[in-house]
Design a protein around this ligand. Sequence first.
Ligand SMILES: NC(=O)c1ccc[n+]([C@@H]2O[C@H](COP(=O)([O-])OP(=O)(O)OC[C@H]3O[C@@H](n4cnc5c(N)ncnc54)[C@H](OP(=O)(O)O)[C@@H]3O)[C@@H](O)[C@H]2O)c1
Length: 293
Amino acid sequence: MRIAVTTPTGNVGRHLVAALLRAGVRPRVLLRDPGRLAPEVRDEVDAVPVDQYDADAVVAATRDVDALFWVDPTTDSADPLADCARATSAVVRAVTENRIGRVVFQSSVGAEKRHGAGEIDGLAHTETALDGTGVDVTHLRCGYFFTNLELQLDALRAGTLQVILPLDQPMAWVAPRDIAEVAAARLLSPAWSGRCVQAVHGPADLTWRQVGAILTAATGRPISVERITDDAMRAQLQRAGMPDSLVEAVLGMSTGLRENFVPEQRRTLRTTTPTTLAAWAYDHLRHRIDDAS
Ligand SMILES: NC(=O)c1ccc[n+]([C@@H]2O[C@H](COP(=O)([O-])OP(=O)(O)OC[C@H]3O[C@@H](n4cnc5c(N)ncnc54)[C@H](OP(=O)(O)O)[C@@H]3O)[C@@H](O)[C@H]2O)c1
């Protein structure tokens, strides 16, 4: 079985590559710079240099592939939704022209809204475009990645995270390694076909207030979480140099899932994955915070 994996150095992709290797599969990995693969991985995979916005390159790299793990790459460009649309065109062409049998797509909680959730709208566009190809596809509607906290190391060191969600609003928090496990199982399993939506919710829904307490206990540093206004966050992101459209796309991921949002997929045994935020923060985040302080 030939399986292609995008973003093999990414938060989920690198764990997926490892899971496939453990399953006895030699994956084909698509990435801009194969030199970025971990040295111990390089000899175990077939690496193809690919920019995922280059549809011709994606089509060429996925010839003879039976199954594909697709991630819309993260972008900091002025128009993230346009980037997502370009990535979507590439994967649709690859699936269609290469008659790829099955796709597992890394989507998000909130994509079911289709519109009004900032960057997540781009993932919704990819979902519907893949549905239109008729391929067997599983959309992984993932919760909020633990690894997003690694983008806030300075704030964590200073002891305060700022958010625009209500501090008592619960949401699904998930370890990317657990998403990779679900992706590997879906890619390898012949037990499904058609269009599937598989939510990946982590072990528990958490409020930001609970997250602050968990991080304080796991890291041994007092970490509080403060709610600020949308305008204050907007101004911060603008001061950091983000173009306005990107600022709105980032804010939209919170504001779009804030009032009266109920995820289409409820938490069940099937959506619940094991790694706790406490364990991940103790094993990983604690060291990242300590490293540069
Ligand atoms: N973070 C969340 O909470 C969350 C939740 C649900 C869904 N998602 C979705 O998951 C995806 C990203 O996950 P992530 O935030 O954890 O980031 P990530 O896995 O670190 O993804 C970034 C990856 O994209 C690759 N990349 C960037 N531009 C590329 C290009 N033009 N061609 C090929 N590869 C490119 C990067 O590779 P190199 O830089 O090494 O080339 C890197 O491996 C996004 O689609 C996001 O919407 C995220």
